[in-house]
Design a protein around this ligand. Structure first.
Ligand SMILES: [Zn+2]
Length: 332
C-alpha cells in the first residue's frame, strides 16, 4: 500500500490574527526565562498544541509530536525522541479513535496514567452512536465512559465513526473544558487564568458553531462528496448528507486505488445533480483526486478546498472560520 504524502503550502488567510500557537513563543520565554514552572504538555498534532497554548497561555508549553504539515498522523511512527518527550510531559493530549495510533503505542509503553492523558475522542459526544448519517448528530452529550473498556481501535471498528473530530466544533469546545480542568489541577495557582482563557476560546468556538447552525437554512438536505473523509463532521453539522460513493474517500485516504466503478459512480452523481458540493483535500492531491475535481467542475458542482491538518501560520479558530466562510459562499 502506498503511503500518502501530505503536502501543504502556507496559506495567507485574510484577516487572520496569528496567535502564538505551537511552542517556541519568544515573548513567553522572556517572561519566564527558566521555563521550569511552565506546565509541560505534549500533543499529537498542531491542532491540539494550538488549543492547549490558547488555554494555557504563558503558563504552559505545548509541543506537538507532529510539527510538519507533510507528516501524516495516520501512519506516523513515533521515534525515541518522541517517547522521551512524552515521558517528561505532565499532560498528553491525543485525538484518539485510531487517528494518532502512535500516541496509543507511546502511552502504553510509558504506562501513562489516565490523569496524564487526555483523549479528544473520549470527551466528544459524537463518538457515541454515530452511524455516519447526516442527521445523526447527537446534541446531548452522552457519558464519555460508556466505552471505557475499549481500545481506540475497537471503538473505531464500530463502523462509521469518523475520527477527524477536530472538524466538530462542539467536540473541541468540550475538550477545551477538559484541558482547562486538567491544567488547573497541575498548576492550581494559575487555575483562574486557565478558566479565563478557556472561556475566551469557548466563546470563539460558540461563535463558529452559531455560523454553522445558521447554514442549516441553506444547506439542510443538500449533499456533499469528499475526496477524503476529513471535513465530514463540519459538513454534517451544517445539515448536509454524505453522498460520496462507497469506499471512494477511504481508498484515497488509505493510499489505495479508486476503482473504475467508483469513478463512474462519482461522475454519474455529479452529472445527475445529486451532489451539491465537492469537499476537496488539497493536502493529498493526486491524479485520482484531480480527476474527481475535473468531474465536479465539468458538472458545474462547486469545489471547496479543505486540509486535514492545521495549515502553517494560522490557528485553529481562524482555520475553522475560513472553512465555514468557504461554505457560506457556496450557500449563497
Ligand atoms: Zn485522515
Amino acid at each position: 500500500m502506498n503511503r500518502r504524502t501530505l503536502r501543504l503550502l502556507p496559506v495567507a488567510l485574510a484577516g487572520t490574527l496569528a496567535l502564538a500557537a505551537c511552542g517556541g513563543n519568544a515573548a513567553s520565554q522572556e517572561s519566564a526565562p527558566a521555563g521550569q514552572d511552565r506546565v509541560q504538555v505534549v500533543t499529537s498534532t498542531t491542532v491540539y498544541a494550538d488549543l492547549v497554548s490558547r488555554i494555557g497561555g504563558d503558563e504552559v508549553e505545548a509541543t506537538p509530536v507532529i510539527n510538519s504539515v507533510s507528516q501524516d498522523p495516520h501512519s506516523y511512527e513515533a521515534t525515541s525522541r518522541d517517547k522521551l518527550a512524552l515521558s517528561k510531559a505532565q499532560l498528553v493530549v491525543a485525538n484518539g479513535g485510531g487517528y494518532d495510533a502512535f500516541m496509543d503505542v507511546l502511552a502504553k509503553d510509558l504506562k501513562l496514567s489516565d490523569s496524564t492523558l487526555v483523549n479528544a475522542v473520549d470527551t466528544s459526544p459524537i463518538a457515541e452512536g454515530e452511524e455516519g448519517a447526516a442527521d445523526e448528530h447527537a446534541d446531548e452529550a452522552t457519558g464519555p465512559d460508556e466505552h471505557a473498556g475499549e481500545t481506540a481501535e475497537e471503538h473505531a471498528a464500530h463502523g462509521a465513526f469518523n475520527e477527524h473530530i477536530w472538524y466538530d466544533l462542539e467536540s473541541m469546545r468540550l475538550l477545551t473544558d477538559e484541558i482547562a480542568k486538567r491544567l488547573g489541577t497541575l498548576k492550581p495557582e494559575s487555575a483562574a487564568v486557565f478558566t479565563e482563557n478557556a472561556a475566551a476560546l469557548t466563546s470563539d468556538l460558540k461563535a463558529l458553531e452559531a455560523r454553522v447552525e445558521k447554514l442549516h437554512g441553506a444547506l439542510d438536505g443538500k449533499k456533499f462528496a469528499m475526496t477524503e473523509p476529513v471535513p465530514f463532521h463540519l459538513l454534517t453539522d451544517m445539515g448536509m448528507a454524505d453522498a460520496t460513493p462507497e469506499g471512494l474517500s477511504e481508498s484515497i485516504e488509505g493510499g489505495g486505488e479508486v476503482s473504475p466503478q467508483a469513478f463512474n459512480e462519482m461522475g454519474k452523481r455529479f452529472d445527475a445533480g445529486e451532489i451539491d458540493v465537492l469537499a476537496y483535500n488539497t493536502q493529498t492531491e493526486s491524479p485520482q483526486t484531480e480527476r474527481i475535481r475535473k468531474q465536479a467542475e465539468g458538472a458545474k458542482v462547486p469545489v471547496v478546498d479543505f486540509t486535514e491538518t492545521l495549515p502553517e501560520n494560522t490557528d485553529y479558530v481562524s482555520w475553522m472560520g475560513s472553512n465555514i466562510q468557504a461554505m457560506e459562499s457556496v450557500a449563497k
